[in-house]
Design a protein around this ligand. Structure first.
Ligand code: CP
Length: 318
């Protein structure tokens, strides 16, 4: 927790980790730690956001992000409402702008948006008076995922991020999780490596503050953690990966790769997992795996995000 009484959360929205300072991240992680304590109690509910309204507008599929924002809001006693593309008037052709304005007219304090288009959350934030949280937009950003990943790593590393090495492995090109994690972890002083087949490296990767590998055996050497990414076949053009068996043979994280990493190395994956394709079954379930811890961290981090935005914007619509 940031103990500096002069610190004040400065952001009206949470759209991308690029807007966060180290101080903001420390505040979020510290607050999440205090909410994690509430999450371990037999009665997991406090009245902190009683009377606040949170709308979860998920125009793209989600299990973890949507459920954990819903639980996070409810644990803080906010009223939460969910809207998906299926069953909403988006399916009748209503625009994102009109759907956003319609939801805003119902008086939410916070709107969480997931959308397949990069920039969708910023587009609504520019048009709505309530706080907007980016719950994942296209390939662009997934700020609460990167924050929860940091929170899980903090559970292992403490506050000692500087000089650690993390490998992000897999479909980097289509991954908002990779983009947000590279930005957030490098801000915290972590050395980031990425490893993928050349066709799944993003355009402009040479400008990223990372070491780039196409050989998993070399990339895994000495790392403190490996973050596997889901192969996003639904976002890929035909021909990027002609042979999934060959991909799995070269890029699926297995025990032989983890043996090359640092002795206490941990494994992360944002989920959902393609077991046997990007992560071996036994590695996903191994004691080194933080996969389910990441899910728990997601509730605590999203409680912190809802708290900071709902309280900051209380009577302060700028
Ligand atoms: N990691 C993540 O965003 O998972 P969901 O798509 O299930 O929300």
């Amino acid at each position: 927790m940031n103990d500096d009484n002069r610190y004040r959360w400065p952001h009206r929205h949470l759209l991308d980790v690029t807007q966060l300072s180290r101080e903001d991240v420390a505040r979020l992680l510290g607050l999440a730690a205090s909410f994690q304590e509430i999450n371990r109690r037999p009665v997991k509910k406090v009245p902190t956001l009683k009377g606040k309204t949170v709308i979860l507008f998920f125009a793209e599929d989600s299990t973890r992000t949507k459920t954990s924002f819903d639980i996070a809001g409810k644990r803080l006693s906010a009223d939460t409402y969910s809207l998906s593309k299926t069953g909403s008037s988006l399916n009748k052709g209503e625009s994102l702008k009109d759907t956003g304005l319609t939801l805003q007219a119902m008086g939410p304090d916070v709107l969480v948006l997931r959308h397949s288009s990069s920039g969708a959350a910023e587009y609504l934030a520019d048009r709505l008076s309530c706080a907007v949280v980016n719950g994942g937009d296209g390939w662009h950003a997934h700020p609460t995922q990167a924050l929860l990943d940091c929170f899980s790593l903090r559970g292992v590393w403490g506050d000692n991020f500087v000089g650690r090495t993390l490998l992000i492995l897999g479909d980097i090109a289509h991954s908002r999780v990779a983009r947000s994690n590279v930005r957030l972890l490098t801000l915290l002083g972590v050395n980031v490596r990425i490893c993928a087949p050349r066709t799944l490296l993003p355009a402009g990767v040479e400008t990223w503050p990372v070491e780039v590998f196409t050989d998993l055996g070399r990339a895994a050497r000495g790392v403190d953690a490996v973050m596997c990414l889901r192969l996003q076949l639904e976002r890929q053009q035909a021909g990027l990966l002609p042979d999934l068996a060959e991909y799995s043979r070269r890029f699926c994280l297995g025990a032989e790769h983890l043996a090359l990493a640092a002795p206490e190395a941990r494994v992360l994956h944002p989920g959902p997992l393609n077991r046997g394709l990007e992560i071996a079954d036994d590695i996903a379930d191994a004691s080194a795996s933080l996969v389910l811890d990441q899910v728990s961290s997601g509730v605590a981090i999203r409680m912190a995000v809802l708290y900071l935005l709902a309280m900051r914007n209380d009577g302060e619509k700028t």
